[in-house]
Design a protein around this ligand. Structure first.
Ligand SMILES: Cc1cc2nc3c(=O)[nH]c(=O)nc-3n(C[C@H](O)[C@H](O)[C@H](O)COP(=O)(O)OP(=O)(O)OC[C@H]3O[C@@H](n4cnc5c(N)ncnc54)[C@H](O)[C@@H]3O)c2cc1C
Length: 212
């Protein structure tokens, strides 16, 4: 069932990712990790539905999305990056099977963070701590890390930041360690997982075999 939403606020969280806050329709519920199909409420765009994950808390007054724009696609996300307060979108009912099943390790890359962001925020709000939760978050470069400060501040979360295309060396390693003992710069090598030439820390990645 379609729901009309009005954009209340848009705020950049990286150079190409925005946080968008909308009015919440009465009775619209979702569980952390779920997504919905969203279209711009504009001529020629209403049939262009794209999936996006809710990043607000389930009980919050507003609905929020965290959306990366790809201007090279000339598609919906390019338009979303240019939205202004008062603009409208249409969303469908929530869907998706990603859910919080308790402590464990999440592995996310880029905008693939959003279902885990939603789950971690909700868990923190409900339990006060993320003890037992680990997030391995891979990005191309340091500037691509979405909501880094919030992630580093999450109580109890073991955060491993991985960069594939940038060598930030001791500067970032030192800062992460200094700011929070939870946030450790590391490579996926530590976790026996393949990464695209991780260079965050001087460690050799395991030999990787391409699949698919
Ligand atoms: C369940 C789910 C949840 C998601 N949640 C989020 C979220 O919370 N936040 C988020 O940021 N993203 C999320 N995504 C990803 C998001 O749906 C896509 O980024 C979005 O659909 C891209 O839409 P678009 O119209 O900009 O581009 P597309 O639909 O990818 O492409 C539009 C046009 O560009 C062309 N094109 C495609 N790729 C390229 C390319 N590399 N170069 C040039 N042209 C290209 C296509 O052929 C097409 O004609 C989610 C995806 C799924 C499946």
């Amino acid at each position: 069932m379609p729901h009309d939403l009005t954009l209340r606020a848009i705020r950049p969280v990286t150079h190409n990712v925005n946080e968008l806050t909308f009015d919440r329709p009465e009775g619209y519920d979702f569980t952390p990790g779920q997504a919905t199909d969203l279209a711009l409420d504009r001529d020629d765009w209403r049939d262009e539905k794209r999936p996006f994950t809710f990043t607000s808390l389930p009980g919050a007054e507003h609905l929020q999305f965290t959306i990366k724009s790809y201007p090279s696609h000339n598609g919906v996300t390019e338009q979303i990056g240019q939205m202004q307060a008062g603009d409208g979108v249409i969303i469908e009912d929530p869907w998706g099977a990603i859910e919080d099943r308790g402590p464990g390790t999440f592995i996310a890359g880029g905008a693939g963070l959003t279902p885990f962001l939603s789950i971690l925020r909700a868990r923190q709000a409900e339990h006060g701590t993320l003890d037992g939760y680990r997030l391995i978050f891979s990005n191309s470069e340091e500037k691509d890390i979405i909501l880094r400060e919030e992630l580093e501040r999450m109580p109890g979360l073991a955060l491993d930041l991985v960069l594939s295309d940038e060598d930030v060396g001791a500067r970032t390693t030192a800062r992460s360690t200094a700011n929070t003992s939870k946030a450790r710069a590391s490579t996926l090598a530590e976790h026996s997982t393949c990464a695209a030439r991780p260079r965050w820390k001087r460690a050799s990645p395991p030999r990787c075999r391409r699949s698919g």
